[in-house]
Design a protein around this ligand. Structure first.
Ligand SMILES: *Cc1c(COP(=O)(O)O)cnc(C)c1O
Length: 393
């Protein structure tokens, strides 16, 4: 049986539970949708502009430009920063493929670098070695909900005279060293895909920036390159965040810090419980940002010393109704669609090793401690810890 088929079997603990988030505020969400129906301003309506202000302010930056997806926020955002043909952009190999697609769509050349094995975040020493005279920007990905160190990023940008463009698609309201995700670089991209920490009822994204020229260019790019209706000053496209989606997102925004806190609490319980099986080769990703980590995903490594292998563990969890996932099973540089970029297996050993070892456990606001303990107990069972009581103390 395939993992996909097994995942459709009786689910005891889902990977994410969006209903849990929406049911308590259902009336509010319905009212916001009805208000848009009433007004009928479905595209570029008032609720979009209101949400752009609210979200960019929450990120500690000045302007927000709502677009159709996180991928578009990267592609149009880089273009708005004048990053394109002839420019190199440094990015981690172990990211969601949308990061890469955004760079390619902007017309720039992606330059992959390896990641840190403990956090899975971009390795800035490797990034330094990848700088050339053509490097225009670094694209750090705040992966799994943890920011790449803002201080180190700003040092990097200063030393090498490059722009920082943040992929904050997994980091809504994440913090580190006094910075919020989206406020470190010249601009940043967010996604509102339903399962992100702040999710719409469909696709959506936003570019945030503190630079008025970048914001204005992005506003044109999302609207056919027009600076005024029917007056087209550049080659843009059609990519707007729907008014309806913005209205929904705006209703959800005030709850986001509480939801992030609930994820953080669940992560603490995972850390505590998993410490009991650490000697068996189950190692959680490290958190270097204290309470600033927003745990979009809770990821463990099943390392070589583990009594079981990852696939076996995955199957056994799924068999007892505990959903799980791998983010991501193939690093970008090894995806068949991008062999033309000229990379090969062995280029980024840590990213490649992590792809073999990582496993994402259930994580969502409302996941309670007894559910977390059930997940860890199922892991312990899979490791046959009952027979090795010394290791499962
Ligand atoms: C989700 C995600 C994106 C893309 O967002 P979409 O809204 O799905 O286009 C980009 N980068 C990362 C790291 C993501 O997790």
């Amino acid at each position: 049986m395939t993992i996909d088929k097994m995942n459709k079997m009786t689910v005891r603990i889902p990977f994410v539970d969006l209903k849990l988030q929406h049911q308590p505020i259902q009336n509010q969400l319905q009212q916001a949708i009805l208000n848009v129906l009433d007004k009928g301003d479905f595209v570029l309506g008032q609720a979009l502009f209101d949400f752009e202000v609210a979200f960019s302010t929450a990120c500690g930056t000045n302007y927000g430009v709502g677009v159709a997806s996180g991928t578009d926020a990267i592609a149009l955002g880089l273009q708005a920063c004048n990053v394109g043909a002839g420019d190199e952009v440094i990015l981690p190999a172990n990211t969601f493929v949308a990061t890469l697609i955004g760079v390619l769509r902007a017309g720039a050349k992606p330059i992959f670098v390896d990641c840190d094995y403990q956090t899975a975040l971009i390795d800035l020493d490797a990034a330094a070695r990848a700088v050339t005279p053509k490097t225009k920007a670094i694209l750090p990905v705040h992966l799994y909900g943890q920011m790449v160190s803002p201080r180190q990023l700003l040092d990097f940008a200063e030393t090498y005279k490059v722009l920082i463009f943040e992929d904050a698609a997994q980091a809504h309201l994440a913090e580190r060293e006094g910075y919020r995700a989206g406020s470190v670089g010249i601009a940043a991209a967010f996604s509102f895909y339903p399962s992100k920490n702040l999710g719409a009822f469909g696709d959506g994204g936003m570019l945030v920036t503190r630079d008025v020229d970048i914001a204005q260019k992005a506003l044109r790019l999302r609207n056919y390159g027009a600076h005024q209706k029917y007056y087209h000053v550049e080659f843009g496209t059609n990519s707007r965040l729907d008014t309806l989606q913005a209205a929904v997102l705006h209703q959800k925004l005030p709850y986001l810090s509480d939801w992030n806190r609930e994820r953080w609490n669940a992560a603490q319980e995972y850390d505590t419980e998993l410490a009991r099986v650490a000697s068996n080769g189950i190692i959680p990703m490290q958190n270097h940002s204290a309470e600033g980590h927003i745990y979009h995903l809770y990821v463990i490594k099943v390392d070589d010393s583990c009594a079981t292998n990852r696939q076996q563990l995955q199957e056994e969890l799924t068999a007892v109704g505990i959903q799980n996932g791998i983010h991501y099973p193939i690093p970008c540089h090894l995806q068949p669609a991008f062999t033309n970029l000229g990379y090969q297996a062995g280029d980024f050993p840590r990213a490649e090793k992590l792809a073999q070892q990582i496993l994402s456990l259930p994580m969502y606001p409302g996941l309670n401690n007894s559910q977390v303990r059930e997940v860890v107990a199922a892991i312990a069972t899979s490791l046959r810890c009952e027979q090795k009581k010394l290791l499962y103390i």
